[in-house]
Design a binder for this molecule. Structure first.
Ligand SMILES: [Zn+2]
Length: 323
């Protein structure tokens, strides 16, 4: 069966000149190049350490699936550079780099799957395995003027078999409370474009402290809307606070106190996510990381980086068994 992409491609190929045709042949030759991807993974595997016991004494133990296999001298178990990483036991290695390019361009599951010749299910699994690496690369310090905002949205159970029953909302209650189970997204950004985001089950002073207290530099100026939540957080975190009253039409104070950058960032994220037609809450953190990367690299993440980041994450496999 010919897909739409293939039909369109057939029409275009007739117009190619000799040079373009040769270039196309090279692209097709490299399309499923397992050795090239394996080579990239192995050259990025800087320190060989047993993922089972952490020991760095090993024997070389042959090759398997184009990757060097090792045997640990301590626990006698074998491993390779992908053992216990999100990429472990994934197949069709030769197409990973092309799939990373699809991620780098922010393409949908279906379209990425079609481009890489894998099913929609595989495409979805690869997306979330590959993105776990980016999730670990959050900033660890926010300096100077730090803008913070939060959004509360209904939980999304897309793809879940067990959707909890939700109670009807009572008269006088906020329309969102009661009907929906909610979740909050917290965004913090400093003026050097360092970005921190998090999905928070229940936004409170404690959850703010858990997320922000240790990454806010001591001399930072924390900017937020004027609310009890943020004022209480400032009391315990002991940072300087600049707040604005958006409800009263106040957007900038003393020329520097505002949260316009973080609002622009979050708006960009929500607009970008429209293409996915709803994102399951359990995967929301992956989409936050994905957009953070896209934004950091001006919408052009080096595809190799996506693979290498995923490979350097170990012991995350339990988290990924559902994908
Ligand atoms: Zn070991």
């Amino acid at each position: 069966m010919k897909t739409k992409i293939l039909k369109r491609f057939e029409q275009q190929i007739n117009q190619f000149n000799t040079c373009e045709y040769k270039a196309l042949k090279t692209i097709i030759k490299n399309f499923d190049d397992k050795k090239m991807v394996a080579n990239l993974l192995e050259t990025s595997y800087e320190k060989v350490v047993c993922p089972h016991c952490g020991e760095d004494k090993y024997y070389k133990w042959g090759r398997q699936n184009d990757l060097q296999r090792y045997k640990c001298k301590e626990c006698n178990r074998t491993f390779n550079c992908l053992s216990k990483t999100p990429l472990a036991r994934l197949r069709k290695k030769g197409r990973w780099l092309n799939y990373s390019k699809c991620l780098a361009e922010g393409l949908t599951v279906r379209y990425s799957g079609e481009l890489c010749g894998v099913s929609k299910t595989t495409s979805f699994r690869w997306r979330h395995r590959f993105l776990v690496g980016s999730n670990e690369y959050k900033t660890t310090e926010l300096n100077g003027i730090v803008e913070t905002i939060d959004f509360t949205i209904p939980k999304n159970y897309k793809g879940s078999r067990n959707i909890p029953k939700l109670s009807k909302h009572k008269k006088g209650e906020d329309k969102l409370s009661g009907i929906y189970d909610n979740v909050s997204i917290l965004f913090s950004r400093d003026r050097n474009r360092n970005m921190y985001d998090s999905v928070v089950e229940k936004l409170s002073v404690n959850s703010l402290r858990d997320n922000l207290k240790y990454i806010l530099a001591k001399d930072s100026l924390f900017c937020s809307i004027n609310s009890n939540l943020y004022r209480d957080f400032i009391k315990i975190s002991k940072r300087r606070h600049g707040y604005i009253d958006i409800e009263k039409g106040e957007y900038v104070k003393k020329d520097i106190v505002h949260i316009n950058n973080v609002i622009r960032y979050s708006r960009g994220l929500f607009i970008w996510m429209i293409r996915f037609r709803g994102v399951a809450t359990k995967y929301l953190f992956n989409y936050l990381s994905w957009f953070r990367d896209l934004e950091e690299f001006d919408m052009n993440i080096p595809s190799k980086d996506i693979l290498i980041r995923a490979m350097t994450i170990t012991n995350k496999l339990q988290l990924l068994t559902q994908t």
